[in-house]
Ligand binder design. Structure first.
Ligand SMILES: [Zn+2]
Ligand SMILES: [Zn+2]
Length: 369
């Protein structure tokens, strides 16, 4: 009889989470079983629990960003450089799987994060399809899943500290084209905003103004590299605008990265920019409704460059690990995770993330002691 693997199941929106047992999967050629060390509880999981994402095949095993130790491999699986993985390797994998390389999005418009065939571990795979989410003792890595070995400098704790927010921020900062000396404003002090601040600093931006709340997240943003923080709780809109203008010769920022989630933040982003500035919208992952803005004053006359940012691809995942290896000793990504929880505590931890109590939380499905 096959061994059993315990996993957290989200039966449906707003339904209590359950720990269920699954059979250990029979691996096919090119597949692997990963023993989970950490799996992130991300804002997306709150959206899943609220039923705010389309096409989710409930019941699901949540958890799309995870790190673990390879337990079993079937056949030879190689990394980007052709080196074979071995049992015992500590690895992470890109949650996006099955990007087809054969459709219009993949081949012609080259918007691979919009490929209709892509599947995402912990989001668009159902529990009926097996161990395809991270809140589980083990994860089934199907053939073709993009796996990367963590270099020695990148501990599992550091990797999960960067996690989903860092990979998303790599994409957002790349979309923004941040250059040395740019004045950058980051809207939102959640995990994407924190990493966007760090990456702007690494890119040589100055000043870097983080706008958000609550105060402990703003203090963290200073540690991540912000030169100044503005609280949306303490400062009304007009004062935030005045503060950014005062730091930028009255002109406004070169780049604004929106990672806040509220539709009005996109409008504020446009207001905070100088003429011809770049606005990257990364925080509207779920449909929070429309925003109203004066498109004459803020878009046309202002000559703005507005860029959406959807999901991430392998290049962002790969760069995130290199960035952690190079800068993870100095930038406190590790400290972003403020709550760890076993499988049984997943429901409570998810509610805490919903209430924005921990900056970041993670599940530790196996006893790490
Ligand atoms: Zn495709
Ligand atoms: Zn996520």
């Amino acid at each position: 009889m096959s061994r059993r693997v315990r996993a957290v199941v989200m039966p449906g929106p707003r339904r209590p989470l359950e720990v269920r047992e699954f059979p250990e999967p029979a691996l096919e050629e090119g597949e692997a079983l990963l023993h989970t060390l950490y799996s992130e509880i991300c804002g997306t999981d709150v959206h899943l629990w609220h039923g705010r994402l389309e096409g989710v095949p409930y019941p699901i095993i949540p958890g799309h960003v995870s790190v673990g130790r390879l337990a079993t491999l079937r056949g030879t699986i190689r990394d980007l450089d052709g080196d074979p993985f071995r049992e015992g390797d500590v690895v992470a994998f890109l949650d996006v799987h099955g990007t087809c390389g054969a459709c219009y999005a993949c081949l012609v418009s080259r918007q691979t994060t919009r490929c209709p065939h892509r599947r995402v571990y912990g989001i668009t795979y159902g529990a009926a399809q097996g161990l395809l989410g991270g809140w589980a003792e083990a994860i089934h890595l199907k053939a073709g899943v993009k796996i990367l070995r963590l270099p020695e400098e990148v501990t599992p704790e550091l990797y999960i500290g960067g996690g989903c927010g860092l990979v998303t921020a790599v994409h957002a900062v790349e979309r923004a084209g941040v250059r040395i000396g740019d004045a950058v404003v980051v809207l939102g002090a959640g995990s994407v905003g924190q990493s966007a601040v760090a990456l702007a600093a690494i890119s040589g931006a100055d000043p870097i103004v983080a706008i958000g709340a609550p105060d402990d997240r703003l203090r963290m943003a200073l540690r991540m590299g912000a030169t100044e923080v503005l609280s949306i709780d303490a400062l009304p809109h007009a004062e935030r605008l005045a503060a950014v203008r005062a730091r930028t010769g009255g002109r406004g920022a070169d780049v604004v990265i929106e990672a806040a989630g509220a539709p009005e933040a996109v409008v504020e982003g446009a207001e905070l920019l100088r003429d011809g500035g770049v606005l990257v919208v990364a925080g509207q992952y779920t449909d929070n409704g429309p925003a109203t803005w004066n498109v004459h004053a803020l878009l046309n006359r202002k000559h703005l460059d507005v860029r959406g940012c959807w999901g991430s691809d392998f290049s962002h995942f790969h760069k995130a690990i290199r960035i952690l290896a190079r800068h993870g000793r100095r930038v406190p990504w590790r400290d972003l995770v403020t709550r760890l929880s076993p499988l049984e505590g997943a429901g409570e931890a998810l509610q805490a993330v919903e209430a924005r109590a921990p900056l970041k939380a993670a599940i530790t499905p196996n006893d790490l002691r």
